[in-house]
Each structure stands twice: as C-alpha cells, then as structure tokens.
Design a protein around this ligand. Sequence first.
Ligand code: SF4
Ligand code: SF4
Length: 251
Amino acid sequence: MQGMAEGVRETVQGVTVPKDYQFLNPEDSFAFTCPEECWGTCCSATTIRVDPWDVLRLARGTGVETGEILKFCQLYQGQKTPLPVVSLVRRGRCPFLLLDGSCAVYPFRPRVCRYFPVGEMIVLNEQGAVERRYFLIRSRRCKGFGGHTVYTVEEWLHQEGLAAARAMAEKFSRFLRDAGEKLQWSSWVTEEDVRELLHLLYDLDAVRKRYRLPDGLTDRELYAWCLDRAWHYLLERAPAAVSPVGGEKTV
Ligand code: SF4
Ligand code: SF4
C-alpha cells in the first residue's frame, strides 16, 4: 500500500487509534475476501455503534418505527460528549445476527458494518472543513485479509447507500462539534436535557408525531428538521454566557 504509516498511535478529536491500526489514503489498496466459514465472526461479541441516520434506515428497511429499533440498542456514556453512545447489542452480540452468521438487515445495516474492515474518522478542522482519516481494523479474528479480491479504499466506500450515510454522519459530527465548542454543553446539560436530545436525535418517528410534521417529509428532511430542533433546544437551554447571539444554524 502506498503512503501508509504503520504502527502510528494518533489522537484525533479525543479518539485514540490503537498502535496496530494502519492509516490509509483513499487510493491505497488492500486484499480482502470474507470466507463463508467466517461469516458473523465480526458481528458477535461486539457492539455496533449507530448514529441517528443508521436508526432511521434500519427502521425504514425493516418497516418499523425508530422507537422499535431503539429497543435493540444500549446506551453507555462515552468520553467525548454528554450524549450517550448508542449501540446495537443484546446479550453481547448484534441482535440482527442470524444463526447461520448472516445479517438479517444486510441491505440496511449500519454505516460501521458497511465500512468494516475500513475505519473512518471524520475530523472537522478549525475552518469547519471536513477531513477524513481512514485505517484498517485488523481484528485477529477476521479471516478476510489477504483474500483474492483487491480494493482501493475509494472502491470499498463506493457501496450503495453509503454516500448518504456518510453525508448524514458528517451533519451529526458538525452538530456534536458545535454543541461542544459553541455551546460547551458538557458543562451544563442535565439528565433531562440528555433524555430530550436522545429523543430528538434518535427517535425521529416519535418526533414526527409529537410535532405533527407532514407525512410527505422525506427522511432527509425529517433528519435535518430534528437536528435543527435539537440545536434550538440547546440554544434555549444554554446559559446566557455561552449562547451565541442569533443562534446560527449548525447544519
Ligand atoms: S447489523 Fe448485520 S452486519 Fe451489522 S453487526 Fe449486526 S448482523 Fe453484523
Ligand atoms: S472475514 Fe472478517 S469481515 Fe468477513 S465475516 Fe469474518 S470477521 Fe467478518
């Protein structure tokens, strides 16, 4: 692979990438094929972090409302934001993993599942521009490396549905970044605020009903509306000392 820095330990926006991860450029290539006998290994004994768009797509794909998908999720406190991390996990494994190792929601699977074994970090620089960092997740249990099919990172990320998921993840990253930097939410949000934000950001079908939003709203429009509503909720609750004048939109 070209331009790959091996054995780098780097901290990006508070996330430390383990030493054995390898950073990649979009044009770098890797050989990878999933052998059938390994199917499901990466989905068991792991937690799959989901963002609001993942929850919405899983709901649309399975024909249920977002609140039903959230019943398959656990929340735990991460280090970066006061908002808990939302992960698909039940009894230590992904609830959508079938007995034969296949995925019950494969066409609608979350972004991190589509990426694997490629990892991506979205870094927003001081000018607000997006920088993306890629790396390979070399799990010891994964038998796919060294397979006969070679991909560049760009090719791997050119999967159906991933472009929209990446764009929506970027909006969510901007929301989190602005809440942290402009509103310093970590220092003042209450448990009640966190509950309300989880509702506004993740349970989009319930929000649609609560605010009687029109049925014709597309998923993208609903997602944008909810992010905007969550931002304005924060603006209303922020102490005067940190509330930016005019409350400019975050997304
Ligand atoms: S959603 Fe599907 S691909 Fe993702 S961890 Fe679960 S079973 Fe595996
Ligand atoms: S080869 Fe790797 S990606 Fe494929 S099923 Fe096994 S652990 Fe998952």
